[in-house]
Design a protein around this ligand. Sequence first.
Ligand code: GDP
Ligand code: MG
Length: 185
Amino acid sequence: QLHMGDYDYLIKFLALGDSGVGKTSFLHRYTDNTFTGQFISTVGIDFKEKKVVYKSARGGFGGRGQRVLLQLWDTAGQERFRSLTTAFFRDAMGFILIFDITNEQSFLNIRDWLSQLKVHAYCETPDIIICGNKADLENRRQVSTARAKQLADQLGLPYFETSACTSTNVERAVDCLLDLVMQRI
Ligand code: GDP
Ligand code: MG
């Protein structure tokens, strides 16, 4: 049971991307350090929480660690972005755009996710990272690292190759987004 006094900040992130790219698996890996290998179906809107201590690399907050309650919102069923509503984006301070490196279409759809996000997000320049997930499936890769990086560079966004299966870069990616968000606070 968490109480207000237990943390300094409540920060909401939202994971977006095509169905099957591993959004739910990514969030499970980050919050519970688990991976089932199954499609985890979610009804409606779901979120997972994790309490972290944020320390600014730039020495902000007087060098003190800030207790952050991270709320990671998952999109389930609303994956086809046409049905996403503004309400769903409300209060999200950071966005994790996820595609699957073994699914080219999910990569091509990143631009659409980004434009939808910009329509609905609370501010004009929200913090965003791009994750190419399922990096463990190198033998089935359809999107090269260079190509993904090129898109991320064009968009001016950080890019990570992640694996919810092996945990590669999952924590690093979320930490990066948290750092971007906390820099504004
Ligand atoms: P979502 O629809 O975006 O939430 O995708 P899920 O998290 O349900 O994952 C879809 C499928 O991909 C499931 O069978 C997962 O086990 C699998 N999956 C998710 N992430 C990874 C990953 O990093 N590596 C591998 N090999 N499989 C993954
Ligand atoms: Mg899901």
